[in-house]
Design a protein around this ligand. Structure first.
Ligand code: UT7
Length: 328
């Protein structure tokens, strides 16, 4: 018995923020952003649009693709750290919106690794119980916690959501191997200091700009280049496969230089690697499912293809999955 993706969909906000727009907001320029990150533009939610807007739309598209009635969902897991409210879970807002009254619902916070963590959790729930369908969403509205006066972070992130329906299957396609990890010693390298129970919102916390994302870019860069290769090596070993067997590699879309570094170490041609960060920036937990959804839409996924997905992010968390694509 395996868990396999039976439907997928994604959503990117309509509004686009280009490097040229950012040049007017902070002391930066298109050449620096493209050279240091590979990003040219990103989609951003409008002021009155919450994360759940993307979550609901991506989920609807995935359910439609799977031809599944929301009543058939047993569980909904939303990987996000920028849900509509601290509580309740955005998964509960989605459950109500879909009318998926038979589904348990929870959010899972693992930063940019949120979708991978949610996917693995969903797979385990499916295989260990009588559940038959789990909806997994990866989504983040990072623009809502970005300090648009901080040039070192505001150029990197965008908003986006992707969703998959995970179903039980007895055939050979589906999730083959998974791996999750974390190194909490790096927790402060990427965080939003205030708004939780450590520093609840006060006038002072707002004035000190503590409700915005803070990042130690250099440390994350070093961590990412190391961990992306380690996770890939480990997953392939677990699956008894080699890099040559991989048809498509979908890495977390944080920085083109991180991806190129990994590609070189893995001796993998860039044609086999999905890159959409030039148009989307880093959409955190949305990154991998949006990229997967785009690949599906573009006809890049064929039945039997081996797909490797690896993410890293706040926590510091990391993880990946190898799947054999089972949809036509
Ligand atoms: O999902 C995980 C999320 N995070 C990441 O993946 C981030 C990983 N880290 C990175 O992608 C890179 O470290 C960055 C893109 C954040 C930074 O690139 P870098 O090549 O490591 O640049 P740097 O931080 O060493 O900064 C070099 C210079 C600095 O100026 P000085 O001190 O040398 O005069 C920065 O102030 O570039 C400056 N700088 C900028 N200049 C123009 C920083 N941001 C900008 C900017 N425009 N937006």
């Amino acid at each position: 018995m395996k868990a396999t993706i039976s439907g997928l969909g994604y959503y990117l906000p309509e509004k686009v923020l280009t490097n040229q727009d950012l040049e007017k907001m902070v002391d930066t320029n298109d050449a620096w952003i493209v050279d240091r990150s590979g990003i040219r533009e990103r989609h951003i939610l409008a002021e009155d649009e919450p994360c759940s807007l993307m979550v609901v739309e991506a989920a609807r598209r995935a359910l439609q693709d799977a031809a599944l009635d929301p009543l058939q969902l047993d569980m909904i897991i939303v990987g996000t750290v920028t849900g509509d409210m601290l509580f309740p879970a955005t998964a509960c807002l989605l459950q109500a919106e879909l009318g998926a009254v038979n589904a348990a619902a929870l959010d899972l916070g693992a930063g940019c690794t949120g979708f991978i963590y949610a996917l693995v959790a969903a797979e385990k729930f499916l295989l260990a119980s009588d559940m038959r369908h789990v909806l997994v969403v990866g989504a983040d509205a990072v623009s809502k916690v970005i300090d648009y006066t901080d040039r070192s972070t505001c150029v990197l992130f965008g908003d986006g959501a992707g969703a998959v329906v995970l179903a039980k299957t007895e055939d050979q396609n589906g999730i083959l191997e998974t791996y999750l990890g974390a190194d909490g010693r790096g927790a402060k390298d990427l965080c939003m200091p205030a708004g939780g129970s450590a520093i609840p919102a006060t006038r002072e916390s707002v004035e000190k700009r503590l409700h915005y994302l803070r990042m130690n870019g250099t440390e994350i860069f070093k961590f990412a280049t190391k961990i992306i290769v380690e996770v890939s090596d480990r997953l392939l070993k677990q699956a008894g496969l080699s890099y040559q067997d991989v048809d498509l590699f979908i890495p977390h879309q944080a920085n083109l230089r991180i991806i190129q570094f990994a590609a070189k170490r893995m001796k993998m041609p860039m044609e086999k690697i999905l890159v959409n960060l030039d148009r989307c920036g880093n959409t955190s937990a949305g990154s991998i499912p949006v990229a997967l959804g785009e690949a599906y839409e573009q006809g890049r996924l064929h039945k039997g293809d081996i797909i490797l997905m690896v993410a890293f992010g706040a926590g510091l968390t990391y993880g990946g999955a190898i799947l054999r694509w089972g949809k036509d």
